[in-house]
Ligand binder design. Structure first.
Ligand SMILES: NC(=O)c1ccc[n+]([C@@H]2O[C@H](COP(=O)([O-])OP(=O)(O)OC[C@H]3O[C@@H](n4cnc5c(N)ncnc54)[C@H](OP(=O)(O)O)[C@@H]3O)[C@@H](O)[C@H]2O)c1
Length: 153
């Protein structure tokens, strides 16, 4: 049985995971901001899990310009704590990227290898968070961390 912790469970993506539900092969454990605030170095009392899917983020793009500290706390600093918790438990961290990190004007699908030129606080805080995950996650390779980069509709 694969055990998966999901942060930010009441957001758009987290709710989608809640709809998948548990199967015989895997079991989800869902946490919202009240039960696991990722910006605090306080972790849920749970062990023996295999994955953390980080659906928690500061996502109010425009507001981030006036709430820089909060955006960097949730989207960047918190990734230090999540990486550490994943390492401590030999778990894999799945972190979600954003199309905003590219800020290109190409009218074509993005490739992960496209250059990142983030504009604005939200984009910068997201890219900085990814950099931290890449640097700190012990067993990092391209299979351990899945950057889901897609365009908004
Ligand atoms: N939706 C998109 O189109 C899209 C596109 C590209 C990338 N992404 C990425 O996908 C991921 C999920 O986005 P989403 O659309 O599901 O965002 P969302 O609907 O805004 O959900 C984010 C969730 O994170 C929670 N949260 C915020 N700060 C937290 C903290 N410190 N600790 C724990 N939970 C916290 C929020 O709770 P509160 O509401 O209580 O603050 C909210 O429930 C993000 O990394 C985002 O950058 C999304």
């Amino acid at each position: 049985m694969i055990k998966i912790l999901v942060t930010g469970a009441n957001g758009q993506l987290g709710s989608a995971f809640q709809r998948i539900g548990t199967s015989k092969d895997f079991k989800f454990f869902f946490f919202d901001k009240n039960t696991w605030d990722i910006s605090k170095k306080v972790y849920p009392e749970i062990s023996g899990f295999n994955y953390i899917i980080n659906c928690a983020a500061y996502t109010t793009v425009d507001k981030a310009e006036s709430e820089q500290e909060l955006a960097f706390l949730y989207n960047t600093k918190a990734l230090e704590y999540l990486s550490e918790f994943a390492n401590q438990n030999s778990a894999k961290l799945i972190h979600i990227s954003s199309d905003y990190v590219y800020h290109n004007a190409l009218n074509s699908p993005l490739k992960e290898s496209d250059p990142c030129t983030p504009q604005g606080i939200y984009a910068k805080s997201k890219l900085d968070g990814e950099t931290i995950v890449n640097k700190l996650c012990k067993n990092f390779n391209n299979k351990n961390i899945m950057g889901l980069r897609h365009r908004r509709p």
